[in-house]
Design a protein around this ligand. Sequence first.
Ligand code: PAF
Length: 323
Amino acid sequence: MIREFTLTAAVLAGSTAMGQAAEIRLGYALSENSHYGAGAMAFEETLTQELGDAFTVRQFPNSGLGGEREVIEGMQIGTIDATIASSGTLSNFVPEVGVFDIPFLLRDLDHARTVLDGEIGDQMLAKFDDVGLHALAWGEQGFRHITNSRGPISTPEDLAGLKIRTMENPVHLKAFEALGAAPTPMAWPEVIPALQQGAIDGQENPLSVIVSANLDEVQKYASLDGHVYSPAIILVSQQLWDGLDDDQKAAFDTAADAAVAAMRDYVDNVEAEGVATLRERGMEVNILDAEQKQAFQDGLADVYTEYEAEFGKELMDSIIATQ
Ligand code: PAF
């Protein structure tokens, strides 16, 4: 992680009146060609449209400022200004957000977007203000699927003993343990080398990541089970946010909305075309039908009781009931 102090936006937010541009250091895990890159570009362009050259956004893609956890910790101490990161990592900072990581809770993209754009999503974003961060909006990755080097996965039995990398996320870990896999939590920057070296057999991520990170180069099989929706959040440091005036805050909100729209567009496209892309690149892709997915959901019945105890049955029921 880059630890030296630069004149970040947080430091300079108060000095824009003197004509100095404040640099916003925006770190994210994936490439500029990914949904995160699309979101970052829309954020940068919109902020410039709204505020001229008061701020310059400097992007650090491909974990250029460290893994997601390190970037978020950097934001808490004010050395990094902004990020787009997955809820999987963010639930280590605001555990309540983990409710969205529960497998099969969000039914489809429309359902997920309605929940996140509504009151439940807003209440979750507000919780980041208590941990030195300010969450601007819910971005998106899409539904997560399994890739591996052993063979197609169509039933929970196919997961038996599979060394599968999960995010450092207790909700996901519990689910894969319950399904009989051998889950290995690992930070994203270590995943591709671990797949190359055969230290793990597989990983799980949405098509947006599988396609943009070229996982077909290190994995033979993709099994589209859509076991969990994967939200992302666009965040700035509390230090930066507190230094903005009301007009600047409104411009950051507008820029985040543009980032969300760009990410969702990217996800819609990759959901439509990603399978063909992966097959063209030589991957063997199987798409689970509703009955096959139900077998995975049934395998999680016991952990669902644990999730209810942890996150509250009422909250889970109101997410399920959202139309
Ligand atoms: O699997 C993960 O850790 C995340 O989905 C990723 C790829 C870093 C994007 O946030």
